[in-house]
Structure formats: C-alpha cells, structure tokens
Write a protein that binds this ligand. Structure first.
Ligand code: UD1
Ligand code: CA
Length: 456
C-alpha cells in the first residue's frame, strides 16, 4: 500500500437543498452525511485527511472533530479550487490522494480501497471512480475515446446533446498521483458554463500531457449518488436505512418490516432480538440479546440489557436492565436507571429516577426525581410531587415497601424499608422503616341522601 492521503470537499453551501443547514451536515440515519464520507475514507487506509471547509466551516469542523485536518476555502470557486486549498498540507508529498465529495455518503470504504488498488497497480496519474446511471441527469459524464480510454469529464451544463446521453457518470471520487494533482491544478481555468474551476478538468489536462488516466467503474450506482436536493436526501436515507437493517439481520436480528424501521448508524443490537414495525432506534443506543422491541417504540441514546421487552414506548438516555418489561405506552425520560425484572406498565412516566430490581409500577404513575429500592410496589395513580414551582426535589423509597394507589409523594421525603403508604395518602413527612403512613380524612356516610336530593 502506498502513502494514502485524502481531500474531502465540504465547502459548498448546497443551494439546491434550500436549507439553512449546510448541505454536508444534513443527517442521514443519525449522522451528518460528511461523517459517512470521513469514515469510508478512514476505512480505506488513509491516514491524513484534509477536509476543505467554507460555508458553515465551524459547524462542519465541529461535526468532524479533530480526526481530520482542515483547509479553508473562503470563496467557493469550484471543486478544482477547493482541492487547491489543501496544497499547504499535501503539495510536494509523494503518494496517492483520494479526492471525494462530502455529499456522496453511500460510497463504502471497500469501494475506496478498490479504487486505490486499481490506481496504484495501473501506474496512472489519475483514476476516476465511475458508475452507470439509468438517469445520469446532474452528473458529470465520462467521455471515452474509441479505444475506451477516459478522455475527459464533461459537466452537464457544458455537455452537448450527444454527450448528455452518456450513462457513465463521474461519482466525484478520484485517486490522483499527489504531485501530478497539485501540478495540474495550477493550470485549470474557469472558462465553462458555470465559471468555476472544475476538478474534473485535471483529467483532460493530464491526458493532453500524455499521462495515463484510468477509470474504475463500480457496479452499483446506488452507492454513488450525490446528494444535491431533498429528493436525493430521501433516497439516500432509504438506501442507508436498508443497508443498516441488512447489517443487523446478518448479525441475527429479526426485523418484521425492515423498510418501516429506522435504525440509526451507531446503534448496536444483540442476537435474537425482534424489531417490529415502526420502531425507531436512535443515537448510540445499545440493545441486548433476546429483546422484543414492539410496534412504534422509540429509543434514543439508551442502553437496554438482554431479555427486555418494550412495547409501544419511548425511552430516552436511560438504562434498562435484564428481564424488565416496559409499556405499552410508557415514557422513560433521561437519566433513569431501571433494574432487573422490573415492570413498568401502561401510562407510566419516569424521569431522572432509579428503580431497584423487581420493583413494579404497573399503571398510570409519574415517578420524577426518585430513588426507589427493590421489590417496591407502586400503586396505580401514584404521583411523585417533585416540583414546588421553583425547585425540584428528590424522594427516596426503601426496599420492600408498598405505595398504595393514588398517593402523592411530596418530595423531598424519605420512606423507609418495608413500610406501607395507604392508598390516597398525601405524604409530606418521612416514614420510618416498617411503619404505615396514612393521611386521608375518615369516611362518613350520610344516610337517605337520595331522598334529600329529591325534595329540592
Ligand atoms: C460534482 C462533479 C460532477 C460529479 C458530481 C458527483 C465537478 C465540477 N463536478 O458535481 O462531475 O458527477 O459531483 O456527485 O467536480 N465543493 C466545495 N467547493 C466548491 C464547490 C464544491 O467544497 O467550490 C464541494 C461541495 O461542498 C460538495 C462537492 O464539492 O460536497 C461537490 O460539489 P457540488 O456542487 O455538489 O458538485 P456537483 O454539481 O454535484
Ligand atoms: Ca453534488
């Protein structure tokens, strides 16, 4: 393997997206599209990557972090001009340089590695990655001579009617001999329909100078699509979603309806887990083995251990331990830790709370800012009153306690172990271990009340 370098072009505004968000930052399955390009580039064995940034430079740098170097393209004068901005970092170095667009998120590390190999073994000064498109509208066309050699690339706006019929397109991805690249970039001009300095013109210049230019045709156009507008964005999202689901299925995960399931790029799922229709798993969520994730559940940035069942529920930034059941219609909000063998039932909302092993909250409850021990039974309609209008307060409930239905637990308060809270209690004071707390008015029955009403 030669010295492999790369330039990722990511300075464009993306006018055709009609967005205040810079094009390469538009997310696809949870990651900005340029992040996929960076990862594929790294997978192909490139060490030094220069990202050319311009529009939204700071935001793009924040997204890509410090695993790449940056070059600033202050004015977007074309893809050739963009690559020129990386001269300070790369010019004069020997080796081969991948140039890739920040808006082609489906190109894989595998394809890039093959492109490098084809280029390195050919002795060419440039190798372009091409694909055959059913509809080549919008792409640069590959013009080959009678012998089948690549002669040049013509942009759609500069192409003749005949050239527009060419189905072989420029994916916008190339490997160049590094020294030849920066030498040729000095000679490109902007005498074309868009008045831009085209990177694609480097190929024609090399060819004219008698150098060999090659092409490597990938067999799958879908992996090469460039995202210029929201229609292509939706198409890329569909393809990426399918690719992600396929990876999990290959690892032993069942998808009842993969096309109607959204799994973001960095999610991991254990073997024999079943994912039903409409499920959405986002952020760096981890799902264990043998889990059941039912219809329309949404899980964000959470860790779910093995054998957990989640039905029609939402979980955010939380941890759910083994053999626990959640839902239907439960909402576990951020910073919650739910133990093993816990039951969280219908219409239960939990926020910033800890529930110990074997604790049950089966129906209609709000648990906010509470630390609850093991084997606690939380009756239906219990509300942890954690907010006094100014501050949030915490409640602590000990192990093996019983909270009767429709109780209000006014925090801050501490309930001991093995204690009982009678149904309907509004708890304002601490409860010692093994005590019963009851705070409700005694019942009175008024006899013959019906008759009294009739007389009115
Ligand atoms: C480009 C290619 C075209 C190819 C297509 C593949 C050229 C002239 N055209 O066209 O042959 O078929 O990609 O998707 O190269 N950029 C900059 N600075 C600039 C201009 C662009 O950084 O001054 C970046 C953009 O952010 C983008 C990439 O380069 O990530 C491609 O630019 P774009 O305007 O999308 O080019 P296309 O018209 O798609
Ligand atoms: Ca493009």
């Amino acid at each position: 393997m030669s010295n492999r370098m790369a330039v990722i072009m990511a300075a464009g505004k993306g006018t055709r997206m009609k967005s205040s968000l810079y094009k390469v930052l538009h997310p696809i399955c949870g990651l900005p599209m340029v992040e996929y390009v960076k990862r594929a580039t790294q997978e192909s064995g490139v060490k030094d990557i220069v990202a050319v940034v311009g529009h939204g430079a700071e935001a793009v740098q924040e997204a890509l972090g410090n695993s790449v170097h940056y070059a600033l393209q202050e004015e977007q004068l074309g893809t050739g001009h963009a690559v020129q901005q990386a001269a300070e970092q790369l010019e004069g170095r020997s080796g081969h340089t991948l140039v890739i667009c920040g808006d082609t998120p489906l190109i894989t590390g595998d394809t890039l590695n093959k492109l490098f190999e084809v280029h390195e073994s050919s002795g060419s000064k440039a190798t372009v990655l091409t694909a055959i498109a059913e509809d080549s509208t919008g792409y640069g066309r590959i013009v080959r001579n009678a012998q089948g050699h690549v002669e040049r690339i013509v942009e759609e706006t500069d192409a003749t009617d005949e050239e527009r019929l060419i189905k072989e397109i420029n994916t916008g991805t190339f490997v160049f001999d590094n020294e030849a690249l920066f030498k040729s970039l000095k000679n490109i001009t902007n005498g074309n329909a868009q008045g831009e300095y085209y990177l694609t013109d480097v190929l024609g210049l090399l060819e004219e100078a008698g150098e060999t230019v090659s092409a490597y045709a990938m067999d799958n156009f879908e992996d090469a699509i460039g995202i210029n507008d929201r229609i292509a964005l939706a198409e890329a999202t569909r393809l990426m979603r399918a690719r992600i689901a396929r990876r999990h299925m290959m690892n032993g995960v069942t998808f009842v309806n993969p096309a109607a399931t959204q799994i973001e790029a960095d999610v991991t799922i254990g073997q024999d887990t079943v994912i039903e229709t409409g499920v959405s798993l986002k952020g760096n969520t981890t799902i264990g083995k043998n889990c059941f994730i039912g219809v329309n559940s949404e899980i964000y940035a959470s860790e779910i251990a093995d054998n957990v069942s989640i039905t029609q529920s939402t979980i955010e930034e939380s941890f759910i331990d083994e053999n626990t059941g959640v839902g239907p219609y439960a909402h576990v909000r951020p910073a919650s830790t739910i133990g093993k063998n816990v039951n969280i039932g219908n219409f239960v909302e939990i926020k910033n709370s800890i529930l110990g092993d074997n604790t049950k909250s089966a129906h209609l409850t709000y648990i906010g800012d509470a630390t609850i021990g093991r084997n606690v039974n939380i009756g239906s309609g219990t509300i942890f009153v954690n907010y006094d209008g100014v501050n949030k307060h915490r409640a602590i409930v000990g192990d093996d306690s019983f909270i009767g239905c429709n109780s209000n637990i006014l925090s801050p308060v501490t309930v001991g172990d093995r204690s009982f809270i009678a149904a309907g209690t509004t708890l304002t004071d601490d409860v010692p271990d093994e005590a019963l707390a009851i705070s409700r008015t005694d019942q009175i029955n008024i006899a013959k009340y019906w008759q009294k009403l009739q007389k009115k």
